[in-house]
Design a protein around this ligand. Structure first.
Ligand code: CS2
Length: 473
C-alpha cells in the first residue's frame, strides 16, 4: 500500500508528522528543482515553520527535467518521509509542505501560472550548478540553445529564465507584488549571481520588466548544507519495512542540517527559524567556508577515492592516505577564509570529517564526481588563487586537481559532465605532458580565476602518475 493522505494515519507513532492542517494551507512558495536535496532541506524548514503556526507556505514543486519525481510524489498527494540516519539510529518524519508537483517540460504554463499567483511570494531554486547555464567565464551563456530559445520567446519557456520571465511579466501586468527569488545551489554569491544572470536576461528580452525586477524583487544569498545521497531502491525497501507503507518519494539524509540566509526579502517569508535557519546580514563567510572546506573536500574525496577503488565517502575518508590529504586540503582552504566572529574553522573541519565518516549514509563518490567542471570553480580555484597571491604552496589542492584532471580523461570512469566530450578531446590532443597547461595554464580552458604556473603543472603531472597507478596499496 502506498503512502498517501488516506493511508498516512497508519504510520507508526514514532514517525513525526505535520502539526498543521495541510489542506487549509495555500501555496506560498514555488520551488524549481525538486530533487532529494530540496525535499530534505528547504521543504523540511518550511514544514517546521507551518508546524509552529506559520500559515500558507505550502510549496508548488517544479521538476525542470523528468516526470520521475511527479510519478513518485503525485500519487502520494505530495507526502513523503525524511529518514535521518546516524549510526544505528533512524529518525523519521512525514513532510506535508509539498502541495503539488508540476513537470515543467510537460506543463510550462502551469509553472508560469503558479509564479504569477497572488499568494506566491517566494521562488526557491535547487537546479544544480549547471542549471544556471553559465559559461566557464562565469557569464550567462547566451549560446545555450534553451537560453537562446527562451530569449527569443517564440516557444514555451524551458529554462528557469524563461519560466520566471513569463511569471514576473504577468505579476507586473496585474499589479502584483514582486517576488523573493532564492538560489539554494552551491555557487558562491548564489543570490548575486542569480540576480545578475536573471537581470541580464530580462534586460535583453523586456527592458521595462528588467527594471521592475530590479526594483520589486530580491535575490538573497544563502548557504545551504545537508548531505543527501540519491535515494536507492534498497533505501525505499528499508523505509517501506519501517513504515508499513511504500514511499516512492522517500529521502534519506544525515541528522545535520544548516541554512544561513541573507535577510533581504522582497516581501513576507516563512519563519524558517522554526527549523533552525539563521538569518544574517551577510552570508559570505559561511558560504565560502562551506564551499571551500565541505564541498572542496567532498570533490577531492570523490576523484581521489574513485581512483583508489572506493565507492562511498565513508570508505574514502577511512583510507589513511586520503584522510591526511583531505585534512590538509581543509587547512589550505581555511587559510584563505576570513571567518565571521564566532566561526571556528578548526572545529568546522573536525565536524566535517565526522560527517563524512557517517557509515549509515552510503553517499556515492560518483554522485559527487558529476559535473566537476561546474563545481571546482567554486570549491578549489578560489583557494588556489588566494594561496598563489600569498606565495603559499597548495600540495593537497593540486593533488585533488590532478585527480580531477586524470578523471576527465574518461578512460577509467564514465564522466558525467556537460563538458565531458571537450575534455576527452583535449586529452586526446595533449596527452599527459600538456593536459594541465591546456586546462589551467596561461591560455587554459578553465583558468578564469586561477592560472597554474609551470611548477604547479609539473606537480600535477607527478601527482597524476601516482593517482593512476592501479589499486589501493
Ligand atoms: C556534494 C554536495 O554532490 C556534491 O557535489 O558535494 O551535494 C554536498 O553533499 C552538499 O552540498 C552538502 O551540503
Amino acid at each position: 500500500v502506498r503512502l498517501s493522505p488516506a493511508t498516512a494515519g497508519r504510520l507508526p507513532a514514532s514517525v513525526a508528522r505535520p502539526a498543521y492542517g495541510r489542506d487549509e494551507q495555500a501555496v506560498g512558495v514555488v520551488h524549481l528543482g525538486l530533487g532529494t536535496f530540496h525535499r530534505a532541506h528547504q521543504a523540511v524548514y518550511t514544514d517546521a515553520a507551518m508546524g509552529q503556526g506559520d500559515r500558507n507556505w505550502r510549496i508548488a514543486g517544479v521538476s525542470l527535467r523528468s516526470a520521475d519525481v511527479h510519478d513518485q510524489l503525485a500519487p502520494q498527494g505530495g507526502l513523503y518521509t525524511v529518514t535521518e540516519r546516524d549510526g544505528a539510529a533512524n529518525a523519521r518524519r512525514l513532510i506535508g509542505a509539498l502541495a503539488e508537483v508540476i513537470v515543467a517540460p510537460q506543463a510550462p504554463w502551469a509553472v508560469v501560472e503558479r509564479l504569477a499567483a497572488p499568494a506566491t511570494r517566494i521562488v526557491g531554486l535547487t537546479v544544480t550548478e549547471k542549471g544556471y547555464h553559465a559559461g566557464l567565464d562565469g557569464q550567462l551563456d547566451w549560446a545555450t540553445p534553451a537560453v537562446a530559445a527562451d530569449l527569443a520567446g517564440e516557444a514555451p519557456p524551458r529554462t528557469l529564465y524563461g519560466l520566471i520571465r513569463h511569471g514576473l511579466a504577468r505579476r507586473r501586468a496585474e499589479g502584483l507584488a514582486g517576488l523573493t527569488l532564492m538560489s539554494c545551489d552551491n555557487l558562491s554569491g548564489n543570490g548575486e549571481k542569480l540576480a545578475a544572470w536573471l537581470g541580464q536576461f530580462l534586460e535583453r528580452c523586456d527592458p521595462p520588466l528588467g527594471r521592475w525586477f530590479a526594483a520589486e524583487c530580491a535575490c538573497p544569498s544563502s548557504m545551504v548544507d545537508r548531505i543527501v545521497p540519491a535515494t536507492t531502491e534498497a533505501d525505499r525497501q528499508d523505509v517501506a519495512a519501517a513504515l508499513g507503507l511504500i514511499d516512492q518519494g522517500a529521502v534519506v539524509t544525515e541528522a545535520f542540517h544548516q541554512w544561513v540566509i541573507e535577510d533581504r526579502f522582497a516581501g513576507p517569508r516563512p519563519r524558517w527559524e522554526a527549523g533552525g535557519a539563521q538569518l544574517v546580514s551577510d552570508v559570505r563567510s559561511h558560504e565560502a567556508a562551506k564551499l571551500r572546506m565541505l564541498n572542496g573536500a567532498h570533490s577531492a574525496l570523490a576523484y581521489l577515492g574513485l581512483f583508489r577503488g572506493h565507492t562511498y565517502v565513508h570508505q574514502a575518508i577511512a583510507d589513511p592516505a586520503l584522510f591526511s590529504t583531505i585534512r590538509r586540503l581543509m587547512d589550505e582552504a581555511a587559510a584563505s577564509l576570513s571567518p565571521a566572529p564566532g566561526q571556528d574553522l578548526g572545529r568546522y573541519a573536525d565536524a566535517l570529517l565526522a560527517r563524512f565518516g557517517n557509515k549509515a549514509l552510503g553517499h556515492r563518490l560518483d554522485q559527487i564526481a558529476a559535473d566537476g567542471s561546474q563545481k571546482i570553480q567554486q570549491r578549489w580555484l578560489p583557494t588556489l588563487a588566494w594561496r598563489q597571491r600569498h606565495g603559499l604552496a597548495s600540495p593537497a589542492l593540486l593533488t585533488a586537481l590532478a585527480a580531477w584532471t586524470a578523471y576527465v580523461r574518461g578512460d577509467r570512469f564514465v564522466v558525467a559532465d556537460p563538458l565531458a566530450g571537450d575534455f576527452a578531446a583535449l586529452w586526446a590532443r595533449c596527452g599527459e605532458p600538456h593536459i594541465a597547461a591546456a586546462l589551467f595554464g596561461d591560455t587554459g580552458r578553465l583558468n578564469a580565476s586561477w592560472t597554474a604556473t609551470a611548477a604547479d603543472q609539473a606537480q600535477m603531472m607527478r601527482a597524476m602518475a601516482d593517482i593512476r597507478r592501479p589499486g589501493p596499496d
